[in-house]
Design a protein around this ligand. Structure first.
Ligand SMILES: NC(=O)C1=CN([C@@H]2O[C@H](COP(=O)(O)OP(=O)(O)OC[C@H]3O[C@@H](n4cnc5c(N)ncnc54)[C@H](OP(=O)(O)O)[C@@H]3O)[C@@H](O)[C@H]2O)C=CC1
Ligand SMILES: CC(=O)[C@](C)(O)C(=O)O
Length: 343
């Protein structure tokens, strides 16, 4: 039996009417939910720590910004939009002391609840609204009248109104335009971590860099390798996004189709699936989460080094030059931090 997909006709903003929605954090997801909800007519305030560089941006976007603890006190629904491994600390310091009966705690990823860095009191609703897409695209698609599909989950529901609140939030950020599926905190956490590590960000970055390196090491121009392995990837995935893998194959050449079905499975073969299963196991048994929490406790030492190494990959310099020749590709100003958006 196919899973129920909630769309705009199944949702209403009514559960949020007259409510104060406190978004804690104004980064990738935080800024998107806050702006989309506000434009949907919902009353939104922002909670940030005293020295946050996001304060200025949030105020410039017209939001009332409070210290985190104050925002929690004022909020009826509190969206914890801070980095996953920081959530535990923010919760203990600023959220738990102000989380009184009847409030709703909302997450857009299940990490903190599933791996128990947050153990909420039984008398508050705990829900999730997880757009299945990066925050900047959640915002962009909303402004274009589209919507990133999303997941909702209910962890605890003393009010017996949590599902309506979750659907209202999903509606307010535009997810019901793309379709909303109900899941659990465990399922969202495990599938999201798996996808971002092995298929999306992790798998794709590694695949693209490997393809670029093979071509450049074989003597082909880096520009050629960039166009082939990164720029055109979006065009191919756009076709998949519109009409599936078979639909994408409709648009590519016979020769490309033959290479696709004949050589593709030799590249992503059973050994890749074996490694994917191993990654899933480490997510399911908590090993990944433990290592990630430990990494943040060391001040992101290895993480920052790996990010720096990635920034130095030759594909970045080649790509920046080629993208600058395409005026329709909007340059992003990252100086503002994670909430850097296109607006
Ligand atoms: N990025 C994405 O697209 C997605 C993220 N998620 C989930 O959304 C949640 C938020 O992640 P994401 O949006 O990426 O986070 P970002 O890193 O983009 O933004 C974090 C925000 O939290 C702020 N912050 C940090 N500490 C505090 C604090 N003590 N009090 C208040 N605000 C604080 C930061 O302020 P400052 O700018 O000053 O550092 C920043 O504005 C996570 O649970 C993540 O898993 C889910 C789906 C997709
Ligand atoms: C965009 C998204 O959902 C990711 C990749 O899982 C994330 O940024 O956490």
């Amino acid at each position: 039996m196919p899973a129920k997909i909630y769309t705009e006709k199944d949702a209403s903003l009514a559960p949020l009417k007259g409510k104060t929605c406190a978004v804690i954090g104004f980064g990738s997801q935080g800024h998107a939910h806050a702006l989309n909800l506000k434009e949907s007519g919902v009353n939104v305030i922002i909670g940030l720590y005293a020295g946050s560089k996001s304060r200025k941006v949030a105020e410039e976007k017209g939001f009332k910004v409070y210290d985190t603890a104050e925002a929690v006190k004022l909020g009826d629904v509190i969206f914890v939009a801070v980095p996953d491994t920081k959530i535990g600390g923010v919760y203990e310091k600023d959220i738990a002391p102000n989380l009184v009966k009847g409030k709703t705690l909302l997450f857009s990823h299940g990490f903190a609840i599933h791996y128990k860095t947050v153990v909420p009191p039984a008398d508050v609703n705990v829900i999730m609204v997880a757009p299945k897409g990066p925050g900047h695209i959640v915002r962009r698609q909303y402004t274009e009248g589209k919507g990133v599909p999303g997941l909702i989950a209910i962890y605890q529901d003393p009010s017996k109104k949590s599902k309506q609140i979750a659907l209202a939030w999903a509606h307010g950020v535009g997810c019901t335009r793309g379709g909303v599926l109900q899941t659990s905190f465990q399922e969202e956490t495990e599938t999201d971590l798996f996808g971002e590590q092995t298929v999306l960000c992790g798998g794709t970055s590694a695949l693209v860099q490997a393809g670029f390196e093979v071509l450049v090491e074989a003597g082909y121009a880096p520009e050629m390798a960039y166009f082939e392995c990164l720029h055109e990837l979006k065009l191919i995935v756009d076709l998949m996004n519109e009409s599936g893998i078979a639909g994408m194959r409709f648009s590519i050449s016979e020769t490309a189709k033959w290479g696709d079905v004949k050589v593709g499975p030799k590249i992503i073969d059973a050994s890749v699936k074996k490694r994917m299963k191993a990654a899933l196991k480490e997510i399911q048994n908590g090993k990944f989460a433990k290592e990630w929490i430990k990494e943040t406790e060391t001040g992101y030492k290895t993480f920052n080094q790996l990010l720096k190494d990635g920034e130095k990959h030759p594909i970045e310099k080649t790509g920046a030059r080629l993208r600058s020749l395409m005026p329709w590709i909007k340059k992003r100003d990252f100086k503002g931090g994670q909430q850097a958006s296109y607006e």
